[in-house]
Design a binder for this molecule. Sequence first.
Ligand code: C2E
Ligand code: MG
Ligand code: MG
Ligand code: MG
Length: 280
Amino acid sequence: QAKLAGRDTIRFHDDAIQSVMEARNETKRDLRLALQRGEFRLVYQLQYDAGRRPLGAEALVRWQHPSRGLVSPAEFIPLAEESGLIVPLGDWVLEQACRQLVAWKQQPASPPLALAVNVSARQFKEPDFVERIERVLDATGADPHRLKLELTESSLIDDFEAGIDKMQRLKALGISFAMDDFGTGYSSLQYLRRLPLDQIKIDQSFVNDMLASSDGLVIVRTIIAMGLALQLEVVAEGVETEAQLKSLIAEGCHAFQGYYFCRPMPVDQLQALLAPAAVN
Ligand code: C2E
Ligand code: MG
Ligand code: MG
Ligand code: MG
């Protein structure tokens, strides 16, 4: 009896694993088609300064799946990384973002926004990453001084020196860099100080915990102190409440992004939000 139940349990697990694997492979196939079919969209989330003035925006990709509806990047970015599709998808995101920068520049009424684009580790590690960025800048005519690339620590783990070299070449063009999800990796100060960064983004998990316990506040305070010590701009992600915002301002954080201000939105909505009110 017990033996039989055991075997059934194993069979059940095998079946469950198999169906998860099949679903993943199907999503990978769909992703490839999605790029060809133009099913990806960019949405934009604004970032604000302590005086609640918009500073810039982060571009975030969305997949408008024909039958499943909107699929979250948390679900498809890891699969796109595994299959390598992240490289052409990353090129697409960058090109869209650069086109948007050019469109904003051509509208004198729109404020001078900077645009941050997420770069995955696999994309950054491509040997021709710098050339790919240069190609997109040339093709679109976007101003590199308005472009910020968000990296994660995983972009730099395998080949730190090659990573620094790529960053320096892109910085020479005027591009700036943010370290995304800061505090979730294992970087030492010694390692961070060698990176030509402009900004760190405090991971939203820390912002979420900061008022829940005294430890939470100490951690955020320490991260901000690290950023300030390295003379970097410090941005908080995932700001959801006024209390969090006030506390982050008091701790010396420079910029803020989160649902408290606004959600990521399509570009027409963003434009309506930024347009000077009551023009009629
Ligand atoms: P991320 O770069 O750290 O982006 C911040 C995420 O937090 C976004 O999720 C954003 O919608 C969400 N967020 C913003 N404010 C709040 C808040 O107040 N509360 C909460 N709970 N969440 C908030 P999203 O758009 O689902 O993206 C998830 C992740 O997927 C991103 O994290 C990034 O790592 C990745 N991703 C998104 N777009 C791209 C892309 O174009 N390329 C690459 N390589 N990765 C991307
Ligand atoms: Mg990001
Ligand atoms: Mg982040
Ligand atoms: Mg993240």
